[in-house]
Design a protein around this ligand. Structure first.
Ligand code: BTN
Length: 264
C-alpha cells in the first residue's frame, strides 16, 4: 500500500523535519530530487519521499535496491551553520537517530557500522548517503538520504545481497507501518540534529560508540587501493574512524569500506 499523503502531511505539520514534503510514486533518486530543491533554495527540513527509485544511489558509487511500496526511501535537506569540516557529523548523527528509532522495533539487536550503516545483528537494514553543496567555504546545504528495508522478505532481495541484508519484516516476523515509522524517523533525526547543533559532537559520538558494532574490535578499512588494519578505538571530530594499528600508531580514516575482522 502507498503512503497516505494527506495523513502524512497532517502528521508532519509544524514539525522541524517533514515539510515541505515532496512525494513521488517513482523517481530516479530522492537524493537527486532533494539536491535540485536545495539548489533552488528549499528550506531546512524539506523532505523528499518516494515509493520506489529507478536509480537509487548507495555509497561508493553502488546502487541501492529500491523496489516499490515496501521500504523507506527519503532525503532530508539540512542547512547547518557550522563549518564544512563538521559535515560528516550530520551523517553520523543520522545513523544514531535511525538506530535509536529501530531499537523500538528490535530491542538490543541494532548496531552501527562506520561510517553509517545500521545493522540488525550482522546484516544491513539501513544505508545513509549524504551529499553536500558548498557556498564558498561554508555549507550551503546537506542532503541526507536514508534507505530502510522495511517489508521485504528474503527472496525479494537481489541474490548477491541476500546474505548481507535484512529487513524489519524478516527480523520481527510482522509487517510494519511505514507511515508510523517515517514520522518517528523524522522526529528522531530532528532530535539528534538539534543535539549536534546545540551541544556539539560529544553526545552524538557517545551514543554512536554505545551502539557501535566496531569499537574494540579489529577491523580493516579499504579505500581505493589502500587497506588499513587496526583496532577501532573511537571517532575523530570529523566523524572519521580512529584505529590503533599493530605498530601502536593512532590513525584516522575518513572514507572507505570497513570490515570487522575479529571479536573483542
Ligand atoms: C549506502 O550505500 O549504504 C547508502 C544507501 C542510501 C540509500 C538512500 S535511499 C534514499 C536516498 N536516495 C538515494 O538515491 N540514496 C539514498
Amino acid at each position: 500500500m502507498n503512503f497516505n499523503q494527506e495523513c502524512l502531511r497532517k502528521s508532519l505539520a509544524g514539525k522541524f523535519i517533514g515539510h515541505p514534503l515532496y512525494y513521488f510514486e517513482e523517481t530516479g533518486s530522492t537524493n537527486d530530487e532533494a539536491f535540485h530543491l536545495g539548489v533552488a533554495g528549499a528550506p531546512e527540513g524539506t523532505v523528499v519521499i518516494a515509493e520506489s527509485q529507478m536509480a537509487g544511489k548507495g555509497r561508493m558509487q553502488r546502487a541501492w535496491h529500491s523496489p516499490p511500496e515496501a521500504n523507506i526511501y527519503t532525503s532530508i535537506i539540512l542547512r547547518p551553520l557550522f563549518e564544512a569540516a563538521r559535515a560528516p557529523q550530520v551523517s553520523i548523527a543520522t545513523g544514531v537517530a535511525v538506530a535509536e528509532m529501530l531499537e523500538d522495533y528490535c530491542p538490543d539487536k541494532v548496531r552501527l557500522k562506520w561510517p553509517n550503516d545500521v545493522l540488525i545483528g550482522e546484516k544491513k537494514i539501513c544505508g545513509i548517503l549524504s551529499q553536500m553543496k558548498m557556498s564558498g567555504a561554508a555549507i550551503d546545504f546537506i542532503v541526507v538520504g536514508i534507505g530502510i528495508n522495511v517489508n521485504l522478505n528474503h527472496e525479494q532481495f537481489p541474490s548477491d545481497i541476500q546474505k548481507i541484508a535484512t529487513s524489519l519484516l524478516m527480523e520481527t516476523g510482522r509487517e510494519i507501518s511505514r507511515m508510523d515509522m517515517i514520522i518517528r524517523l523524522y522526529e528522531n533525526v530532528a532530535k539528534w540534529y538539534r543535539e549536534l547543533t546545540q551541544n556539539g559532537f560529544g553526545p552524538v559520538r557517545g551514543k554512536w560508540i554505545s551502539l557501535s558494532a566496531m569499537i574494540g574490535r579489529t577491523v580493516s578499512v579499504m579505500f581505493q587501493e589502500e587497506t588499513l588494519k587496526g583496532r577501532a578505538i573511537g571517532l575523530g571530530e570529523d566523524g572519521s574512524l580512529m584505529l590503533l594499528t599493530e605498530q601502536n600508531e593512532t590513525r584516522l580514516v575518513s572514507a572507505g569500506d570497513a570490515t570487522i575482522l575479529k571479536k573483542r
